[in-house]
Every structure is written in structure tokens, then in C-alpha cells.
Design a protein around this ligand. Structure first.
Ligand code: GLN
Length: 486
């Protein structure tokens, strides 16, 4: 079977018995095996997937179809999966086999989805190019037209999730977004990804990076596919104190292209420094929405320039606290030493990569007694001001349109060693995490080099349905070649 299909189409085929889950899963396993050089998977669970497919086929034959029954997906390797190694892209968690299942991956399993394995990612979700994984980089399945041999990065930190969907190795993937890690790789790989409102998906069993910003979300080819996945990933969980106790709408059933009568804000701060290609893409989005009956409103989000510095205080601060638990005693790898302190030092020295160590040092510094107020408390205040910016904007508009990234995917072997230049990749996405809002990236065009580019829609809290509907409108207008890299 061809893996050039959407999740929505596969569900329909399974329901109509046009194929079996076993056939479907086997085809994706074959394709994933053929494309191992992309390095998307850290752990493959193909045999287990085939036995789950056999179970799904029995259910389907007996007429009791679960909502995502029999479709092959895969999980970012920071979702704890019972009995299956979970590394978060780090050496320090090599051979860590959780005795429990994260709520999100468990929810998808309960809905009948079948996991093919654990997807590569930047170590502890810190990165924008998947170059920080202890298990090697992921290769973007797209190639520039001027050099068909050049390997590109898939974006990060959910690089394995984005590349595996784009390459047709699975029909959808879980991902996570702390400052852009769903939307930025989705844009680089030409897939759709949504970061929901903070608290919509449970963080229980997700390896923590920066707890006040981390949010789970899906990636898949289309808006409709993401709507199906999010519906079953989301939901209240008493095991997560920040979980929102709200009813999850039937996103897929309520999905319809929407723009007429909507006020769409375009923030002027996001236009500054945008290159010509980015401007042209944004203009296309504006034209499509206007032609479909939306009103375009110029808005200002004046705190935008403070977003990255704020993020790079809050995220490392929370990371340094969260990562204190990796001490060689409780989880994963251990490197012995003559004393207990030496054991801690040796384990953390060998277990963590350079970017993680950099963040732990920054985080420890901004939380230290003399600097806490000057940095951490101040950053929390600026975070509030960023939220107020959006609150004010949403009095005038229903949704905000921006580019997802400043440009297309860059080369795997380009000069990528400047951390600050890397941090700039998230300039259009971090504000959304700081304000706890939902944001979706929809692939809508190709660069001069034939590489995917995405547009981002941002909405008020819990406006996921609106984002899906406006996103669908953009998707239909853009006619993006979803299967070019399969
Ligand atoms: N690229 C950002 C970082 O390195 C965001 C990562 C994320 O969203 N997990 O922190």
C-alpha cells in the first residue's frame, strides 16, 4: 500500500474495509525501514505494532470501531511509554524503561491508534534543528532544488515527529512545544502542527523541560488529521495540577473552512526584519483570507521584542530545576565515582549534552539568591505584559496571522554553532507559549528553493476549533503538495 495518504483518508478506508490495519501498518513499517537513514526513530516498536494491528482488525471485523482504530502513529521520545525505552533524546536516559504510560500517549492508545515507536528529538526538547540529540541528527526529507544532495535540518525540537510525517513513515505524531517545537519543525517539513492552549493536554508522564510553557500537541499532514488527533490527546487529567477541566469539542465533526466575517490581525512587529519571501507568503495568506470574506486589521503587539529574552530566562530556570532529578540514582544512566558527589558529577557530566549544560548553568544563575529578582521575577512580570498585549489585541480581532518561521529549513552542515542565532528561529512562536495561547502552523507555500514554508494562526485561549477552521481555509486555498517528500 502507498503511504501517500492522510490519516483521515486511512480511517475512512479502514471503516469501509478497503484495507486492514495489518496491511496499513505493514506498509508504514516497510517504508520506515526503507527510510532509516533519516534517523527519525530512536526506538522502533514494529513487532508490537503488528500485534496491535491484528487486535484492531478483530475489533473492526466485529463492528466495534474505536475512533482512531488501526492507524499507525508514533510518539516523540519524551512521552513515557510503559515498557518501552524513553530517552528524551538524552544519553542520561538511555535504557530508561518507564513503568507507566503518559496520559497523552495512553489516550491515543485507548482511541485505537497504533504506535510504531519513539521519535528522535533535541535533548530534553532544547533546540530548533534536532542537532542536539544524543542519538544523532534527523534529516529533513525535503531537498533544495538547487542541490538535491544537500541534507537539511527538520527543525526542532520535534524534528523526528515532523520528518516522520512528512516522509510518510507514520500518519501522525505526538510532539511538544515549549517555545515553538511543534510549529517550527512543522513549517520546516511541510506538515501541520498545533500547540494547544496551555493545560488542554495533560503533561503527566511527559519528560519535563519548562513546566509552565510545555504543551503537548499533534503533527500530521493536514488540518483535519490534527483535529482528529488532538481530540483524543486532549482532556482533563487529575494527575496534572495545571490540566484544564473543560469539555473537548468534537473538532473533526465541527471542521469547516472559515474566514467570512472574521477579523484577522496582522501584528506590525512581526513584519520587521521579515525577508522578501516571508513577506510575499504572508501577503498571500492575507489575500486568501480577504478573498474569503475576512477583514484584515493592522495590530501592534508591542512587547514582541521582549519575548525571546523572557523565554531564555524562564525556560532555562525551570529546566535547571526539572533536570536536577537526573542524578544517576533514580533514572537511567549512572557513572560511578569515589563519593556520592562525584557520582552525581560524573553522571551529569557524561549524561548531558552541551546545550543542556548551557541551559542548566543559565537557569541556575537566574535562580540564584542574588539574581532571582533581577532576572526570574522580572521575566515573570514581562510574561504577564506579553499576555496583556494579546488580550488587548483579541478585543479587536478574532485571530492573528503571522509567519511561522523567519525562513525555510537550513543545511545540516551549515554553520550552526551560534546558540543565539539558533534561538532566533522561534521569534514568531515563543510569544504564544508565554501567553499560554493556542497556535497552529499550516504549510502554505514553497520557497524559491522548493522548500516548505508555513503560516501561523494564533487565537485566544481555547479557540482551537477556530484555528482548525481558519487553518482549513488556508489549506484549501494553498493546495500545498503534502506528499512531495514521501
Ligand atoms: N527552540 C526552543 C528552545 O530551544 C523551543 C524548544 C521547544 O519548544 N521545546 O528552547
Amino acid at each position: 500500500m502507498d503511504t501517500k495518504i492522510t490519516l483521515t483518508k486511512a480511517l475512512d478506508m479502514l471503516k469501509k474495509k478497503e484495507c486492514s490495519s495489518t496491511e496499513l501498518v505493514q506498509s508504514f513499517i516497510n517504508h520506515a525501514t526503507a527510510k532509516r537513514h533519516l534517523n527519525c526513530f530512536i526506538t522502533e516498536t514494529f513487532e508490537n505494532a503488528l500485534s496491535e494491528a491484528a487486535e484492531a482488525d478483530k475489533r473492526i471485523a466485529s463492528g466495534s470501531f474505536l475512533p482512531l482504530d488501526g492507524v499507525p502513529i508514533a510518539n516523540k521520545d519524551l512521552y513515557c511509554t510503559k515498557g518501552v525505552q524513553t530517552t528524551a533524546g538524552s544519553r542520561i536516559l538511555k535504557n530508561f524503561i518507564p513503568p507507566y504510560e503518559s496520559t497523552v500517549s495512553g489516550n491515543l492508545k485507548k482511541a485505537g491508534a497504533i504506535s510504531l515507536g519513539k521519535l528522535n528529538m533535541d535533548e530534553f526538547a532544547m533546540g530548533s534543528a534536532n542537532l542536539n540529540s544524543a542519538y544523532g541528527p534527523v534529516i529533513n526529507p525535503w531537498r533544495p532544488t538547487s542541490d538535491s544532495k544537500k541534507d537539511l535540518v527538520p527543525g526542532g525540537s520535534s524534528g523526528g515527529s515532523a520528518a516522520s510525517v512528512a516522509a510518510g513513515l507514520c500518519l501522525g505524531a505526538t510532539a511538544s512545544d515549549t517555545g515553538g517545537s511543534i510549529r517550527q519543525p512543522a513549517a520546516f517539513c511541510g506538515v501541520t502542527g498545533i500547540k494547544p492552549t496551555y493545560g488542554l493536554c495533560s503533561r503527566w508522564g511527559m519528560v519535563a523541560f519548562a513546566s509552565s510553557l510545555d504543551q503537548a500537541g499533534p503533527m500530521a499532514h493536514t488540518v483535519s488529521d490534527c483535529a482528529y488527533l488532538l481530540q483524543y490527546m486532549a482532556g482533563y487529567d487529575e494527575k496534572d495540577a495545571t490540566s484544564l477541566n473543560v469539555k473537548i469539542p468534537d473538532y473533526a465533526a465541527n471542521l469547516k473552512p472559515e474566514a467570512k466575517g472574521l477579523r484577522v490581525g496582522v501584528p506590525k512587529e512581526y513584519l520587521q526584519g521579515l525577508n522578501e519571501e516571508g513577506q510575499a507568503l504572508l501577503q498571500k495568506g492575507i489575500d486568501w483570507l480577504r478573498a474569503a470574506g475576512a477583514e484584515i486589521v493592522d495590530i501592534s503587539l508591542k512587547m514582541t521584542s521582549a519575548a525571546l529574552p523572557t523565554y531564555y530566562i524562564i525556560a532555562p530556570a525551570e529546566a535547571s530545576a526539572n533536570l536536577a532529578r537526573y542524578d544517576g540514582i533514580r533514572y537511567g544512566a549512572r557513572v560511578d565515582g569515589a563519593t556520592l558527589d562525584e557520582l552525581y558529577q560524573n553522571t551529569r557530566h557524561d549524561g548531558f549534552g552541551a546545550e543542556v549544560k548551557r541551559r542548566i548553568m543559565i537557569g541556575t544563575y537566574v535562580l540564584s539568591a542574588g539574581y532571582y529578582d533581577a532576572y526570574y521575577t522580572r521575566a515573570q512580570k514581562v510574561k504577564k505584559l506579553i499576555s496583556h498585549d494579546f488580550d488587548n489585541a483579541f478585543e479587536k480581532v478574532d485571530v492573528i496571522l503571522t509567519p511561522t518561521t523567519p525562513g525555510a529549513a537550513f543545511g545540516l552542515h551549515d554553520k550552526n554553532d551560534d546558540p543565539v542565532a539558533m534561538y532566533l528561529n522561534d521569534i514568531y512562536t515563543v510569544t504564544v507559549n508565554l501567553a499560554e495561547l493556542p497556535g497552529i502552523s499550516v504549510p502554505v507555500g514553497l520557497s524559491g528553493e522548493g522548500l516548505p514554508l508555513g503560516l501561523q494562526l494564533i487565537g485566544p485561549k481555547l479557540s482551537e476549533q477556530r484555528l482548525f477552521n481558519v487553518g482549513l481555509m488556508l489549506e484549501q486555498a494553498a493546495q500545498f503538495p503534502h506528499f512531495n517528500a514521501v
